[in-house]
Design a protein around this ligand. Structure first.
Ligand code: IMP
Length: 427
C-alpha cells in the first residue's frame, strides 16, 4: 500500500505541478481532491509547457488513472477546453475519470464571484473570479448541482431552473447586475453533458478498490495550507480544504489508508491576492525573486507578491498536515543573492511569538524576526544529488529543515523533470 498526499505548504503556487508530475510517473492513480479551475499547475515536458487547471498532472503519462475527486468544483467549460487542448497535443485522455459526486460550477457562480468581490470594496479577497466561493456556498447550502445531475437531464433542468431564478434575484436586486439566461445555460450544458458523460464514474469505489489492490495513489492538492478555509489566513482564503484532511474528504478515502504527506514549499514565499504576508519583500530583492522565479499567476497572470522563507507558517503547515516530508522547489531562484533571510519567529507588540496566530488582526501586525545566512553564486540547475549543491546552499536547506522540523525529501533546482533531486523516494 502506498498512498501519498501532496499538499501546498504555503499560499499556493509552490510548484506542486512539477512535483506531482515527478511523482505521477511512479503512481498508478493521481487524484485531485479540492478546488477547481482557480488552480493552475505548470508542467514542463522536455521543452513543452503544459498548463493544467482541472485535469490531474498525471495525465501527461500514458496509462495512469487520473481522477477529479468529489471535493472538486468542476467548471465544464474549462474542463472541455483543457481536454481539447491536451488531445490536440497528442495526450491520451482515456485515463480520466470525474467523480459523479463532484459539484458543477455554473455561469451564475462566476457572475456572483465578480459581483461579490466588487461589493466587498476595501475588504476584497482578490479571488480568481472563477466562481469557486459561490459554488462551495451552494454545496454547503445543499443547493449545488452535481456531476451526476448532468446524467439525469430532467433533474438537471429542475435544479437549474430553481437556482437561476434564485440567483437572478440576487444578481439583479442586490448587485444591480444582469441575470443569467436559463435557456442559454441549458443548451451549453447539454453539450458538456454529452462530452463528459464517458468520463463520469463513482470514483469513491474506484480509488478504494485501487488502494485495496495495493496500487500507488497520489493525492494532488491545489492551492495551499494558508489558503485553507479553516487553517489559513481567514477570510483571505479559498473556499475548500487544501490541507491533508481535505484529501480524505475530497476523495472518500479514510485517513487510515494514508501513508505519507508531502508538503510542497518554495525556497522562498509568494502570495497572490490580498491578505497579510509578514515576510513580503517590497524592495529590489522582491523584484529579483519575481523576475528570476517568473512569479506571475498561471490562472490570472497577476504578479505574485514575493518574500523570504517563513518557518512560522511552515511549522503550522507541518502540524496541521502531519507532514512527513517537504518538497522544496525553486531553490535555483535564490542563486546569486548575497545574503538570504529566514524568518524564524514573529515579533508582536514587542513579544516574540513562534506560532502562527489564528487572529488575522494579530497576524497583520506581526513583524518577521530574521536570521541571515550567506547565499551562493554557483549554478545549481544541474545538481543531481544533495552533495552536488554548494556548501552554503546545503546549509540553507538544512537550516530550513531544522526550523520546520521536517526533512526535505525532494529538491527542485529547475523547471524540467530532470532538474529534481530526490533525497528520499515517497513511493
Ligand atoms: P478563490 O479561490 O478564487 O476564491 O480565491 C481566494 C483566494 O485564494 C485569493 O487570494 C486567490 O488569489 C487565492 N488562490 C486561489 N487559487 C489559488 C492558487 O491556485 N494559487 C494561489 N492562490 C490562489
Amino acid at each position: 500500500m502506498a498512498a501519498v498526499i501532496l499538499v501546498g505548504a504555503q499560499w499556493g503556487d509552490e510548484g506542486k505541478g512539477k512535483v506531482t508530475d515527478y511523482l505521477a510517473e511512479k503512481a498508478d492513480v493521481v487524484i485531485r481532491y479540492q478546488g477547481g479551475s482557480n488552480a493552475g499547475h505548470t508542467v514542463m515536458v522536455g521543452q513543452e509547457e503544459f498548463k493544467l487547471h482541472l485535469v490531474p498532472s498525471g495525465i501527461l503519462y500514458p496509462g495512469k488513472l487520473c481522477i477529479i475527486g468529489n471535493g472538486v468544483v468542476v467548471d465544464p467549460s474549462i474542463l472541455v477546453k483543457e481536454l481539447d487542448n491536451l488531445t490536440s497535443r497528442g495526450v491520451d485522455i482515456s485515463g480520466l475519470r470525474i467523480s459523479n459526486r463532484a459539484q458543477l460550477i455554473l455561469p451564475y457562480h462566476k457572475s456572483l464571484d465578480a459581483a461579490e468581490e466588487e461589493h466587498r470594496g476595501e475588504a476584497q479577497i482578490g479571488t480568481t473570479k472563477r466562481g469557486i466561493g459561490p459554488a462551495y456556498v451552494d454545496k454547503t447550502a445543499r443547493t449545488g448541482i452535481r456531476v451526476s445531475d448532468l446524467l439525469d437531464w430532467d433533474e438537471f433542468k429542475k435544479k437549474l431552473t430553481q437556482n437561476v431564478a434564485n440567483t437572478n434575484e440576487r444578481l439583479t436586486k442586490l448587485y444591480g447586475q444582469q441575470g443569467c439566461d436559463l435557456d442559454a445555460i441549458l443548451t451549453e450544458y447539454e453539450g458538456y453533458a454529452e462530452r463528459l458523460k464517458p468520463f463520469v464514474a463513482d470514483t469513491v469505489r474506484l480509488v478504494n478498490k485501487y488502494i485495496k489492490d495495493g496500487k500507488k495513489i497520489l493525492f494532488e492538492g491545489a492551492q495551499g495550507t494558508l489558503l485553507d478555509l479553516d487553517q489559513g489566513t481567514y477570510p483571505f482564503v479559498t473556499s475548500s480544504y487544501p490541507t491533508a484532511g481535505g484529501a480524505c474528504i475530497g476523495t472518500g478515502v479514510g485517513p487510515t489508508k494514508i501513508d505519507k504527506v508531502i508538503g510542497v514549499a518554495k525556497a522562498y514565499t509568494t502570495r497572490v491576492g490580498a491578505g497579510p504576508f509578514p515576510t513580503e519583500v517590497l524592495d529590489d530583492v522582491g523584484d529579483t525573486l519575481r523576475q528570476q522565479g517568473m512569479e506571475f499567476g498561471t490562472t490570472t497572470g497577476r504578479p505574485r507578491r514575493c518574500g523570504w522563507f517563513d518557518t512560522v507558517i511552515m511549522r503550522h503547515a507541518a502540524e496541521v498536515n502531519g507532514l512527513t516530508g517537504i518538497a522544496l522547489t525553486k531553490l535555483d531562484v535564490l542563486t546569486g543573492i548575497d545574503t538570504l533571510s529566514i524568518c524564524t519567529a514573529y515579533r508582536y507588540k514587542g513579544e516574540i511569538i513562534n506560532d502562527f496566530p489564528a487572529d488575522l488582526k494579530i497576524f497583520k501586525e506581526c513583524e518577521p524576526v530574521y536570521e541571515e545566512v550567506p547565499g551562493w553564486k554557483e549554478d545549481i540547475s544541474n545538481a543531481k544529488s544533495f552533495e552536488d549543491l554548494p556548501e552554503n546552499c546545503r546549509n540553507y536547506v538544512k537550516r530550513l529543515e531544522e526550523l520546520v522540523g521536517v526533512p526535505a525529501q525532494i529538491i527542485a533546482v529547475g523547471p524540467r523533470r530532470d532538474q529534481t533531486i530526490v533525497v528520499e523516494k515517497p513511493f
